[in-house]
Ligand binder design. Sequence first.
Ligand code: FPP
Length: 238
Amino acid sequence: MSLPQHLALIMDGNGRWAAHRGMSRTEGHEAGVKTAQKVYRHCRNLGIRHLTLYAFSKENWQRPKDEVSFLFGLVTRYFTQKELRELMERDIRLQVLGELEDLPATTRKVLESYMEKTAGNSSMTLNLALNYSGRDEIVRAARLLLQDGLRPEEITEEALASRLYTVGQPDPDFIVRTSGEYRLSNYLLYQAAYSELYFTHTHWPDFDEAELDKALAEYAHRQRRFGRTGEQVESPTK
Ligand code: FPP
């Protein structure tokens, strides 16, 4: 089966999942973290090399203060010594896509230490998009191009891509969004140029291994053309 090299997930619907059960939004997020763990382990077992999880967008700062601090507390509590051992045993490198400077100091410290300790792992890269916005990432890359003194003719797709948070990683082949919304919400805008998209009504906490396998089976049937005709793709020597 053809697997995406890079799978990117939009983990949506924690709040709705909780509301359907008469639970609080925070309980929905707690359940969402457990699902994230299940899913990254499954991806690692399958051999997916790059996994990106959209955990917190720049726009998410507009949520009620209590929810925002709960979410960062959740991230901070999640990264325990046990979790670090797990990442080391599974040879997984943690990366954060997004502006670390604006995060609460404790969250930032934990994440920085995890990134440092897992930097040498190479079987899978687990990207956490945190305080991330696709447009902001492109603007940031444009500023870096200027700061690095590039002349207009030196500004190429490669030069820009090498200044994105995802530098050195392939573009996402497959983007999956849960909970029935059909949009990208400022996610990986530059990198998503040729990504296959998949939407499911399942709320994130219910997105288990079987749901992921279903999505991956659909990916395996997609014909990726990258602007070519169907005929060219079927006979690449033409
Ligand atoms: C979307 O549900 C979910 C979020 C904005 C947060 C997702 C974050 C996590 C699951 C935590 C990830 C942390 C780690 C360590 C992997 P929503 O609140 O937008 O749900 P709703 O649209 O139903 O209200």
